[in-house]
Write a protein that binds this ligand. Structure first.
Ligand code: AMP
Ligand code: FES
Ligand code: ZN
Ligand code: ZN
Length: 323
């Protein structure tokens, strides 16, 4: 947090805990804790993410963004339930993440959440699954496929109106930059704060923190006393988006607000039709005979094929380009 000595809250004049040059705004603890949920609440309304009466599933990884999101949605009075997916990642990563989620829920009077343990439910952990792939599927890609499937399944079974994830502005801007540099029209066409449901088994996905800087979320977690896992997943080390985040931070340093402007201008240009991406082709979908989720390849979806024949698992580039 960059706080210069003597910096004062714009609302009350008390010492500021955060200075946000991107908004030309410095705030004290009390006013920052009001400002963050208000801004997230506006984002939810602006993009029509969900309504006050909707049941929302918050995907929580144990990291600062998703725990802060859970905290904020709860403070805003939404009917939220947490979902933690135990991927069985070693080195203490999954075990510690789960502890953070449990501790968070307990310290807030027992917030409701569910845990899906991948090994217990399907037979092996994500790293074990990747090891079994003879075609060298990347752990992160398999993990993304499994997480998406589980989130959709739980949302469908539990009758949730939407799944909220903790993607913040830095995540969105980094993916946008990567997709732009590669002119990934398909991914650019789909990148949005809300992904509507296109099938009864596919939940609506929303990103209420998409206009919040990562630094703002770190400050919020600190001030709210949220105890989160600092470590990144060991498989994400060296991920390309980390490099794009660094580039964007350099830009932001020179020109405060650049990240937000980059992302918002993209959304505006899409909305106004200034830039257009090819409509996705209508592809023939059928329901997977095992799980009911839609598939374009045969009668089993990619997730179910994965468990029937893990050695045949392949990895696509999708994870790198989708936030
Ligand atoms: P990541 O892809 O790790 O940056 O995570 C993006 C978002 O996905 C997080 O903010 C969470 O909302 C969700 N997520 C990631 N990992 C998990 C997990 N193990 N269980 C539940 N949700 C998760
Ligand atoms: Fe899935 Fe890292 S969180 S491989
Ligand atoms: Zn103040
Ligand atoms: Zn299936």
């Amino acid at each position: 947090m960059s706080v210069r000595r003597g910096m004062r809250c714009r609302k009350c004049g008390a010492p500021a805990v955060i200075n946000m040059p991107q908004h030309k705004l410095a705030l004290c603890e009390e006013h920052y804790l009001e400002w963050v949920p208000a801004r997230v609440g506006q984002t939810i309304k602006r993009f029509r993410m969900f309504r006050p009466e909707d049941k929302v599933l918050v995907a929580v990884s144990g990291g600062k963004d998703s725990l802060a999101l859970w905290d904020i949605l709860h403070r805003l009075g939404y009917a939220v339930e947490g979902l933690y997916i135990d991927l069985g990642i070693g080195g203490g990563y999954s075990a510690q993440s789960k502890e953070k989620v449990q501790a968070f829920a307990e310290t807030r009077g027992g917030l409701p959440f569910r845990v899906v343990d991948v090994r217990e439910t399907y037979g092996c952990s994500i790293p074990e699954l990747a090891q079994r792939s003879r075609r060298g599927a990347k752990t992160c890609s398999l993990c993304g496929l499994v997480k998406r499937h589980i989130m959709n399944r739980i949302a469908y079974e539990g009758g949730f109106a939407a799944i909220a994830t903790g993607h913040n502005l830095d995540d969105e801007a980094a993916v946008l930059m990567q997709n732009t540099l590669h002119w990934q029209a398909g991914y650019l066409g789909r990148q949005a704060p809300v992904l509507p449901s296109t099938h009864p088994h596919l939940a609506r996905k929303v990103k209420p923190l998409c206009l919040m800087y990562e630094r703002e979320m770190a400050a919020y977690s600190l001030v709210r006393g949220i105890n989160y896992i600092y470590d990144e997943c060991p498989y994400s080390v060296g991920a390309k988006t980390i490099f794009y985040k660094e580039l964007l931070n350099q830009l932001e340093g020179r020109s405060p607000g650049a990240k937000l402007h980059f992302y918002l201008s993209f959304l505006k240009a899409k909305e106004e039709g200034t830039i257009r991406f090819m409509e996705e082709e209508e592809v023939q979908m059928q329901n997977c005979r095992r799980c009911g989720q839609p598939t374009t390849a045969g009668d089993l979806c990619a997730f179910c094929r994965l468990w029937e024949r893990p050695e045949m698992a392949v990895c696509g580039p999708a994870e790198e380009f989708e936030a």
